[in-house]
Write a protein that binds this ligand. Structure first.
Ligand SMILES: [Zn+2]
Length: 260
């Protein structure tokens, strides 16, 4: 008798799980069907083919062209980083601009050297609607960076979809540690030894040194210190030692600079 009951319980659980999976699968198919209808209805005649191909291959299809573009850039932060820096090169800095920090947030200046310099986010140099506040280039339909539709700048937009992702990446590169690990391969950049699972993203040239020694290199060259060229993955213990050495050097430099 007992054997009978102990044998049927796992079968019931398995059947319930199978039904749950089947329901979930049906819901997913229904949801994708609705999303595809909505996406097709709103899709412009011209649309970036790489974005569309990715959208249609997603487990959950984005229901709007805008979401398809956002999803594409979120999946490609390194591409977004490269593009944002290339667009910024096309724009160049505004006349008279210099990288400055401020304790007040009113003027739009960054309050810390950890924030990437972005002249067009500053109130004094803002280009207004239709221009990206990160790179300074025109923003077109759906937040795209090129005018595929010959419709001129989108006057309701102030960010490229790519630049939103690049900005997030520059400010929190550790969130893309897995991707950077794949790009870097196996060895720890600092020691050449094996890279452990708890490896962390590090700026080769620390940002305080960028502010102290490189701040006159001009914009957008400065952005390279926040992008891929200045990022490496190093083991956690090595990172802690590197940070301690950098902090000591920073303290020594600031005491040296202080007046007697
Ligand atoms: Zn931009």
């Amino acid at each position: 008798m007992n054997e009978h009951f102990t044998g049927s319980a796992p079968i019931c659980v398995a059947l319930k799980e199978r039904k749950r999976m089947s329901d979930w699968h049906t819901q997913k198919i229904e949801r994708n069907k609705r999303s595809l209808e909505r996406l097709s209805k709103n899709l412009p005649a011209i649309f970036p083919p790489v974005v569309l191909a990715r959208a249609l291959a997603r487990p959950f299809i984005p229901p709007t062209p805008r979401l398809a573009i956002e999803s594409y850039w979120h999946a490609h932060p390194i591409r977004a980083d490269r593009l944002a820096r290339a667009l910024a090169v096309r724009t160049g800095p505004p006349g008279g601009w210099a990288w400055r920090l401020s304790h007040s947030r009113k003027d739009g200046l960054p309050t810390t050297f950890r924030t990437p310099p972005a002249p067009y986010r500053e109130r004094a140099y803002s280009l207004g609607p239709g221009f990206c506040c990160v790179c300074g280039q025109p923003v077109y339909r759906l937040g795209w960076h090129a005018d595929l539709w010959n419709a001129g700048p989108n006057m309701k937009a102030a960010w490229h979809c790519a630049c939103v992702v690049a900005w997030d990446f520059w400010n929190a590169p550790n969130s893309e540690a897995a991707l950077l690990r794949r790009l870097q391969g196996r060895p720890c950049s600092q020691t050449g030894g094996r890279l452990w699972r708890d490896a962390e993203v590090d700026h080769r040239v620390p940002l305080f040194r960028v502010w102290r020694d490189h701040r006159n290199e001009g914009w957008p060259t400065l952005l390279n210190y926040w992008g891929l060229p200045n990022l490496q993955l190093i083991n956690r213990d090595v990172h802690a030692v590197k940070c301690a050495i950098e902090a000591r050097s920073r303290r020594a430099a600031s005491s040296f600079e202080q007046p007697n």
